[in-house]
Design a protein around this ligand. Structure first.
Ligand code: DGJ
Length: 726
């Protein structure tokens, strides 16, 4: 429950008030946030971190007094840094709002006469600057899981136009934060962690790709020295937006360290006419002791949303790596038969089914079933899929168009462009301007009619190129990434409204559109085009910093990886895919009977643990050696856990010591046993006791403090430990 308390001298309970300082203490999910506003000014966050307990008015006053800004050699009446920092308060760091009118005025507003409203867990503050002709609204909410989120909106209250160059919100972190951890990556190697010290200046991450990006920061973490998955205070920021965005850590030598984030606006992209407004996306802040606790706050928030998928996530077969563009009905029917036999519950027909799409050079935009390849439409396949008891899913890439397509020939003006020239092509494609109403209507009509005709349960929504020079022909080539992103969200929302129950996957050259903005309208992400389990160990570990396993598509591919050419046993491929939304992406019609039989066992194992995997808490115990990657899932009531131990390289020590399993009930006894089709069948002298017949019994305290032996696995192999409360 979120509790609110307030400074008596300045309490505002729903009613507007602006004649005195205000202070609010928000508490939820083990987190406290204290927000204050100097007399008539916009709000600042005084404290964000571990729960401070109940604070009466005096205690709250003491916190405010203790943190009152006093600066030497600075302005005479120092102010706190606002959630949207303002230069008019004496702040000499990056202002939250940057913009101007054509005559150069309104570039440094001072928002006064601020009204504050509290509605349950949300504080809304609205101020104005009559001279600049602007209004600013800041909304801060502490969710039940203790996840903080904030956004800001600027409105133009004057008659002349106002151009917004930047609107960012900031969250303060205390000086104990010394290290930054965020993510980078590339196609087929997403979410690579990078770490450095915080120094004076700005660590700025910009995405100018017109999509979230395979190299996105994802969660930008500032934390205590040497923080890990289980230890060290960490503060993290995520921008919930699928277009250009920025996130940063800004440290000043006056004691201020800020996490900031918002949309990255291209020049002139947001030009407000009279009475128009611009709102930032939600910027999320997650505090925790250790990265696991920080991730758990994101996960709990996502799981609390009404649209969060609750039913068992259907095991999926995606045909992409099985057939690519080689769509032959007999092969696809056989795949459907084999898929049903091994326990698949959803069959997804990937790229290649629509007109002119015989390779990735042509056809995007022509969203009609190709009459040559599919003379009877998709019905023969869809019917077989349904007869076998599976759902049917179909691939689209709605925001893209090949110049070699009927659509591009008919509507070249729908292609995003500027300067009287076409942007450079990427994957032989251009970007369709979804913000043009006719283009939007075309996509809506085509997708909607196919969803209705084939009763499609699931769309894989792809997006395979960056936006280069994304101008709008409807606005003389003006920059259009903001309106493109907003239009795509509208399209997703409308499709969901028209087709209740339709699920959508966010895919973008693999995992380049993983963010909480798109997840408002979609039901899972495709983590990466790289299904090599060795690479996936890293990709999944870091995707989990934001998303719980049920939102992350995770497939078992064929023995030889299509992106790395490494070869792996089915047991390593399957164990790696187990903790996620499981799928298969492999031509299992060409697999051996033995492989299919083993695959069936792995799918059955996933189904046995599916409700634990899709509701439990992610645990990533710090391992004794970087070669050993340990990840797992613990039931919320600590009654059970499933732990995966992967040997990703050759460790320096042998055997590589023990791993501790955090978060179990210290007083309870647990049985630890090997599980899975590959649970050691041959016991040797080096097989740990927990992997032998019947397993081992230990208390939760012993599991947390002593741990269990890492099995002496071969490199690129994994083992599973099932821990059950007795
Ligand atoms: C990129 C996706 O990530 C793949 O899974 C596949 O759908 C291809 N696009 C199809 O073009």
């Amino acid at each position: 429950m979120t509790e609110l308390s307030s400074h008596t001298l300045s309490a505002v309970d729903g009613g507007p008030r602006h004649d005195a300082d205000v202070a609010r203490h928000l508490r939820a999910g083990g987190v406290s946030v204290i927000i204050t506003a100097d007399s008539g000014a916009m709000p600042s966050i005084v404290y964000w971190g571990a729960d401070l307990g109940e604070l009466d008015d005096d205690a709250l006053h003491e916190v405010l007094a203790a943190t009152e800004p006093r600066l030497d050699n600075s302005v005479d009446s120092p102010r706190r840094v606002g959630i949207v920092p303002e230069a008019s308060t004496g702040w000499l760091g990056a202002p939250g709002l940057q913009g101007h009118r054509v005559d150069g005025s309104a570039w440094s507003p001072k928002f006064v006469d601020v009204r504050h409203e509290v509605h349950e867990k949300t504080l809304t503050s609205r101020g104005s600057d009559a001279t600049a002709g602007l209004e600013l609204t800041v909304i801060v909410e502490l969710t039940e899981s203790g996840l903080l989120r904030a956004r800001a909106e600027v409105s133009n209250t004057a008659d002349s136009g106002y151009t917004v160059d930047r609107l960012a919100v900031t969250l303060p972190v205390p000086p104990v934060a010394h290290e930054i951890l965020d993510q980078t990556g590339r196609w087929a190697k997403e979410r690579v962690p990078q770490r450095r010290d915080i120094v004076a200046g700005t660590h700025l991450r910009e995405s100018r790709r017109g999509r979230t990006g395979a190299d996105a920061a994802t969660v930008l973490v500032a934390g205590e020295r040497s923080f890990g998955f289980q230890s060290g205070e960490v503060w993290g920021l995520h921008v919930g937006w699928s277009g250009n965005h920025l996130s940063y850590v800004e440290r000043h030598n006056n004691g201020h360290t800020l996490l900031g984030g918002g949309e990255l606006l291209l020049p002139g992209e947001v030009a407000l006419s009279a009475a128009e407004s611009y709102s930032t996306p939600w910027v999320y802040g997650s505090y925790g002791v250790g990265l696991d606790e920080q991730a758990a706050r994101f996960h709990a928030y996502l799981r609390s949303r009404p649209q969060h998928p609750t039913a068992d996530r259907p095991v999926t077969l995606n045909v992409w790596e099985a057939v690519y563009f080689n769509h032959r009905l007999d092969t696809l029917l056989e795949l459907a038969d084999r898929a049903a036999e091994v326990g698949v519950e959803r069959y997804v027909l990937d790229d290649g089914w629509f007109r002119h799409r015989r390779s990735d050079d042509a056809g995007l935009g022509d969203w009609y079933v190709d009459e040559g390849v599919w003379p009877d439409g998709l019905s023969p396949l869809v019917e077989r899929v349904r007869e076998r008891g599976m759902e049917f899913g179909l691939w689209f890439e709605p925001e893209m168009v090949n110049p070699d397509s009927d659509l591009a020939r008919q509507h070249p003006e729908w292609i995003m462009q500027t300067g009287g020239r076409m942007p450079l092509e990427a994957r032989s494609q251009q970007v369709l301007n979804v913000a043009i109403p006719e283009a939007y209507e075309y996509l809506l009509a085509r997708i909607s009619s196919l969803v209705s005709e084939y009763k499609i349960d699931y769309i894989k929504w792809d997006h395979n190129r960056d936006l280069i020079e994304p101008g709008s022909t409807a606005r003389a080539g003006a920059a259009g990434t903001h309106e493109q992103t907003a239009a795509v969200y509208r399209l997703l929302e409308e499709l969901k409204r028209r087709h209740p129950g339709l699920e959508i996957e966010s895919c973008s050259s693999g995992g380049a559109r993983v963010d909480l903005g798109v997840l408002e309208f979609t039901d899972r992400v495709w983590a990466s085009d790289c299904i090599d389990p060795l690479e996936r160990q890293q990709i999944l570990r870091w995707t989990a910093q934001l998303l719980p396993p049920e939102l992350v598509g995770n497939h078992i591919a064929g023995p030889r990886s299509h992106t790395t050419s490494r070869t792996h046993d089915l047991s390593f491929r399957a164990t790696t895919a187990l903790i996620g939304h499981l799928g298969v992406e492999w031509n299992i019609a060409q697999a051996t009977d033995a492989e299919r039989a083993e695959l069936r066992e792995w799918i059955a194992l996933h189904k046995r643990f599916r409700s634990l995997i899709h509701t439990g808490t992610v645990v990533r115990p710090d391992a004794p050696d970087d070669a050993v990657v340990v990840s797992g899932i613990r039931a919320e009531d600590a009654s059970e856990a499933l732990i995966e131990i992967a040997m990703c390289a050759r460790p320096a020590a042998w055997p590589p010591s023990v791993i501790r399993i955090p978060g179990l009930d210290p007083e309870r006894r647990y049985r630890v046993a090997a599980v899975g089709p590959d649970a050691p069948r041959t016991i040797t002298a080096s097989t740990p006791a927990w992997q032998r017949d019947g397993g081992l019994e230990l208390t939760g305290r012993a599991l947390g403090l002593v741990g269990i032996q890492v099995p002496p696995l071969h490199v690129e192999h994994a083992a599973l430990a099932h821990i059950t409360g007795l």
